[in-house]
Ligand binder design. Structure first.
Ligand code: TXA
Ligand code: MG
Length: 316
């Protein structure tokens, strides 16, 4: 149903009954449930076919609501003041009296919190007045959805309500930063460029290198963003049977099964907004492979390249 007052009321009803609502955010569409209920959160894992209980992001309407759930240190205060509402998730120690359930935290004593900027997402969160656990609204291992149609393609029949708020403006997931007693670290590049985090903190931000299962952000597993077609990065040419994911016309001299240019003008912000929709569209065309043009690593290019590396990772 379209975003609007009727959708706010319908979503609150579904959430109160322990059900699932897919809703727009500025990064990607989320698959939301009442974050205070283990039973409701369990339905998220079931609907996505998520193989393990990875911790989820709890979405709240504002900083005051976030303070009830997480403990903010000085860095967390600075980052929240600068980037919330927006595509930044903070991993913080759980506050005394915090309501986010064990399953949403995967049993950790930390939790991930985000105040989304999408105006309709904020209306929803205001109206429900409890944190909403929400991973991206796709089947586990598929490309994240940036339109309501993407959500329906993956989850029709497994979710009570899908709210259409138009295409996601940012198009890649939030940046995740842990602000914990052991230090402040970038866990996942995303919609806020790490250079902007560093400028705000007045120092470079340490990155957590993650490998294998025993990692702090388990959702960062290698083949998380996988289309069916084999993805070939930094392509300088195009092989028979490949579709082309171009950037700034770099591969315009070649013929492919299909072609999408993420940003003919070479703008990484535009490219981020188009990324997941383009991967889906090229994959749906049935190409054996996708040749991806080189994409600069600056700004949102960092998150784009991160997601493309995962899409290209050997899935064994
Ligand atoms: O933009 C976004 O962040 C989207 C929209 C819907 O808000 N959500 C999203 O959620 O991308 P998801 O579940 O796909 O990714 C959540 C990430 C995972 O990598 C997970 O491991 C990490 O957050 N995470 C959650 N809680 C954590 C914690 N306590 N410590 C470390 N990582 C955590
Ligand atoms: Mg996801």
């Amino acid at each position: 149903m379209p975003a609007g007052p009727a959708a706010v009321a319908a979503a609150a009803d579904v959430w109160r009954a322990g059900g699932l609502v897919a809703f727009p955010t500025e990064t990607v569409y989320g698959l939301g449930a009442d974050a205070t209920s283990n039973a409701a959160v369990a339905r998220i894992y079931a609907a996505k076919g998520r193989p393990a209980f990875n911790p989820l992001i709890a979405h709240v309407a504002n900083l005051a609501a976030a303070r009830r759930e997480g403990v903010f240190n000085a860095d967390a205060e600075v980052l929240a003041a600068r980037f919330w509402p927006g595509p930044l998730t903070l991993v913080l120690p759980v506050a005394a009296g915090g309501r986010v359930c064990d399953l949403a935290r995967a049993g950790l004593d930390t939790l991930a919190l985000r105040v989304p900027a999408h105006p309709f997402a904020r209306e929803l969160l205001d109206a429900f007045d409890r944190p909403i656990a929400a991973p991206s609204a796709n089947v586990s291992g598929h490309v994240s959805p940036t339109t309501a149609d993407h959500v329906l393609a993956d989850l029709a029949g497994r979710v009570e309500l899908v709210i259409d708020g138009g295409p996601s403006r940012v198009g890649v997931e939030s940046t995740i930063v842990a602000c914990l007693p052991e230090g402040t670290r970038l866990l996942r590049p995303g919609g806020v460029a790490s250079a902007d985090l560093a400028a705000t903190l007045h120092r470079p931000l340490a990155t957590l290198e993650v490998h294998g299962e025993g990692l702090i952000a388990p959702g960062m597993l290698a083949s998380h963003y996988a289309p069916r077609a084999a993805v070939r990065l930094n392509a300088r040419d195009v092989a028979a049977g490949e579709a082309i994911l171009d950037f700034a016309g770099a591969l315009s001299a070649f013929r492919g099964v299909a072609r999408i240019d993420l940003s003919p003008a070479g703008d990484v912000i535009e490219a981020a907004a188009n990324l997941f929709g383009a991967l889906r569209a090229l994959d749906a065309g049935g190409a054996a492979g996708i040749a991806v043009a080189p994409i600069p690593g600056e700004g949102l290019g960092e998150a784009i390249n991160d997601r493309l590396r995962r899409a290209a990772a050997d899935r064994g």
